[in-house]
Design a protein. Structure first.
Length: 255
């Protein structure tokens, strides 16, 4: 099982990068053209600067003040969301791996990209808490006090090419975020073929598990918005566009 998913030759080739603390994307098992392989590496340190790529995972600091995103999210929500929810995912992920030294060597990207290879007794914990660790580390960076506006450069061009226009992209993303039933996330992702798509993931599942790279994501769990918006999720989603850090999203697209 392990050999099937982590091909020794590929592991050796990527060993130095893993050793350097970079999250490395492993393509799903099966033949992949060299070009796809090269473009499908994920550098977690670029997606979530300050977060840990491997065990023991540390709660990354918010890169701005709790009240910095007031154009979309209130101070109290930010504090509880970061200090309690994200911290709990971090602690629970570390607990899940504490008796599995061989899995402590895997990066968070490897773990979440190859969940079926993770030992059955901790697989659900890694999926839920590892997913929560990863998703939130990205989420804080996808937003910022000087956010909003529109994407530029290569990302803007890819949005126009694959989704028609920025407005069409927004409409699709808003629909994915507002119609997600229960708890989860809506994402703008880059597929293994390099195409941009809008997708939903339930709970703390990540796009990594489907072979996709996250470019932009919104947390639509009620804990992300309920204090200020109560049942008006659509208002939270509309205001989210005021705080998007497009500079980081462009890095995610390229990373
Ligand atoms: Mn959350």
């Amino acid at each position: 099982m392990k050999e099937k998913l982590f091909l020794p030759t590929r592991r050796e080739a990527l060993g130095t990068m893993i050793g350097a603390g970079l999250g490395v994307w492993l393509a799903p098992f099966g033949a992949a053209p060299a070009q796809t392989m090269a473009s499908s590496k994920i550098h977690f340190d670029k997606l979530a600067p300050g977060a840990s790529s491997a065990y023991p995972f540390a709660l990354p600091d918010l890169p701005y003040a709790f009240n910095a995103l007031a154009a979309a999210i209130d101070e109290q929500t930010m504090q509880i969301h970061h200090d309690r929810h994200h911290k709990a995912y971090t602690d629970n992920l570390n607990n899940a791996l504490k008796d599995h030294p061989e899995w402590q060597k895997k990066s968070i990207v490897e773990l979440l990209s190859n969940l079926q290879a993770v030992p059955a007794e901790v697989r659900t914990a890694v999926r839920n808490h590892g997913g929560g660790y990863f998703n939130h580390a990205l989420f804080w960076r996808m937003m910022g006090p000087n956010g909003g506006g529109a994407p530029t450069g290569d990302l803007a061009a890819a949005i126009n090419r694959d989704l028609g226009s920025f407005d069409a992209c927004k409409e699709k993303f808003n629909k994915a975020a507002s119609t997600l039933f229960g708890s989860g996330w809506a994402w703008l992702v880059r597929t293994a073929e390099g195409k941009l798509e809008v997708v939903q993931t339930p709970n703390q599942d990540t796009p990594l598990a489907s072979g996709q790279k996250p470019v932009l994501g919104i947390d639509v769990w009620e804990h992300a918005y309920y204090l200020r918006y109560q049942n008006k999720r659509a208002d939270y989603i509309a205001n989210f566009w005021n705080v998007i850090n497009w500079e980081q999203c462009a890095k995610n697209f390229a990373a």
